[in-house]
Design a protein around this ligand. Structure first.
Ligand code: NAD
Length: 476
């Protein structure tokens, strides 16, 4: 064979001098048997590389086929034929797909193309712990919106007692493992954040993770994020609750009337929020909303009752000689009290199927009463009766559901700045705010949502009505 020295590099591959060189005419002389032999060698080479989960450079593939690094140009056709055949063998025999993950500096990985084992995360025993850690890290990044600062990642791993600097019993030097192995194997990408001093970095899923890992599987893996139903979620207190829960990693079914803004909000919040148009007074429609929770998110951990209406009508208006319409009274009771109970009873049934945590806890029901349950004002007979009913049933329902590990808590808000009050003139709103001892303002719906989260996080609060009113006591 002719010996021709070559010193030029091609593409990004580092081509070196060739010991065993081929001229194009010799390339053409390759017999089919020789090509098949090269295909087998390439398959073997790729399988060995895949053991280490290292991305494979095109230059290395060329080298494995032709001995030393060769020019892509000269061997283009033969090389393509060999690579295509090797790809087919990998696909047909091993269920692996050769995928190019970097076109600038041609680099390939092997992807397992076999159908996924439903709900299982198979991995080789030796690699188990390492892959487990990787899945946790990928899940964390995924739940944080696909990119996290490295400081946040280490903070999270610290909670799992995995420390970057120290030697870990299983993982050794964890910072080295994560930055060297997972980054080099293209599972993670580490990107420097501009204008930071000292320089900060963020992690995000790398191309291998994108291709090998289904985000749906990751979601199932980290499914400890709360699944919630929020009624009246299209407006005011309910809306703020939906937004906070989704921001904190929960998946939420937003129940509201079909005419509400719930559908639009759910669309804006993306795949972690599903809209269920329903009337809280309808057993069938609430049942359908709970079916959405089960179908889309697998279960229900929290139900928050925010749907409600209010009217201001005197029992008997002597000036107008007009008695309170009975239907209006019944309508308010029906939506606020009966609707709340309807959601509670059906939610409890679904929650009872949850696997209890170490404390025996299966779920939480949060209701919304009002300070009007205690200090109803003129014209609030129906509204106060409905909210008083919610306060009254809180303890007995908590007692009913205690054996199932389901808690029941009611929030009694004071005056909150929601569309319910938005219609009032600015002067009236300011006046109402000044009635609150401290802080002397209307409550922010986000403060209500914050309390819902606190209730969910504190398992000792049960059977209680919590006033959220800045010490407000309503005047007649
Ligand atoms: N805003 C306050 O100051 C305040 C104070 C005390 C109590 N509350 C109570 O808090 C709850 C929420 O009030 P808000 O201010 O957010 O009101 P809001 O009017 O902004 O929102 C109520 C939501 O409930 C929905 N809804 C009404 N009837 C429904 C039904 N039958 N089925 C399903 N959804 C229905 C509405 O479409 C709306 O989206 C109410 O129960 C209210 O009585 C509010």
């Amino acid at each position: 064979m002719s010996q021709r020295k070559r010193s030029k590099g091609l593409g990004c591959s580092q081509m070196t001098d060739g010991e065993e060189d081929f001229s194009p005419s010799q390339v053409e002389r390759y017999s089919q048997d020789q090509v098949n032999q090269k295909v087998s060698e390439l398959v073997q080479f790729l399988l060995v590389k895949d053991q280490k989960k290292m991305p494979i450079k095109k230059a290395d593939m060329l080298k494995s086929v032709f001995g030393k690094y060769r020019s892509c140009k000269e061997y283009k056709d033969l090389y393509s034929e060999i690579v295509n055949k090797a790809g087919r063998t990998l696909q047909e025999v091993f269920g692996l797909q050769l995928v190019e993950i970097d076109t600038k500096c041609p680099t390939y990985i092997l992807i397992n193309n076999l159908p996924r084992a439903e709900g299982k995360y198979p991995c080789r025993d030796k690699e188990k712990e390492k892959m487990g850690l990787l899945l946790i890290i990928l899940s964390f990044i995924f739940m944080k919106g696909n990119s996290v600062k490295d400081s946040a990642l280490w903070e999270f791993l610290n909670l799992l007692r995995v420390y970057p600097g120290k030697q870990h019993r299983v993982f050794g030097d964890v910072r080295k493992l994560v930055t060297d192995e997972f980054v080099h194997q293209k599972y993670l990408e580490m990107i420097s954040i501009p204008l930071t001093d000292p320089r900060e970095f963020k992690f995000q899923w790398g191309p291998r993770a994108e291709k090998e890992t289904s985000k749906k599987d990751v979601l199932n893996f980290v499914a400890k994020g709360l699944v919630a139903l929020v009624t009246g979620g299209g407006s005011g207190l309910g809306r703020a609750t939906v937004e906070r829960l989704v921001q904190h990693g929960a998946r939420v079914v937003l129940l509201d009337l079909p005419t509400s803004a719930g559908g639009q909000l759910a669309q804006e919040l993306g795949e972690h929020c599903a809209f269920a148009p329903a009337d809280v007074t309808s057993p069938k429609e609430v049942g359908a909303a709970l079916a959405v929770a089960q179908k889309h998110f697998g279960r229900l951990d929290l139900a928050v009752n925010c749907a409600g209406i209010g009217i201001a009508v005197k029992t008997y208006n002597s000036k107008k000689d007009k008695v309170h319409d009975l239907e209006d009274f019944q309508r308010v009771i029906n939506v606020n009290l009966v609707g709340t109970f309807n959601v509670i009873r059906l939610s409890a049934q679904l929650m009872s199927q949850n696997k209890p945590d170490a404390d025996g806890h299966r779920g939480l029901l949060v209701n919304t009463a009002s300070v009007a349950a205690f200090e109803g004002q003129v014209g609030q007979a129906a509204y106060s009766a409905s909210k008083g009913g919610i306060v009254g049933m809180t303890l007995p329902i908590a007692r009913d559901l205690a054996p199932l590990g389901i808690r029941v808590v009611t929030i009694a808000p004071g005056l909150f700045s929601t569309p319910l009050l938005a219609g009032l003139p600015e002067k009236v709103r300011n006046f109402l705010g000044q009635q609150v001892p401290f802080p002397s303002r209307l409550g922010d719906p986000a403060e209500y949502a914050h309390l819902v989260q606190a209730l969910a996080e504190n398992p000792m609060i049960n059977g209680e009505v919590v006033r959220l009113d800045g010490a407000l006591r309503m005047q007649p």
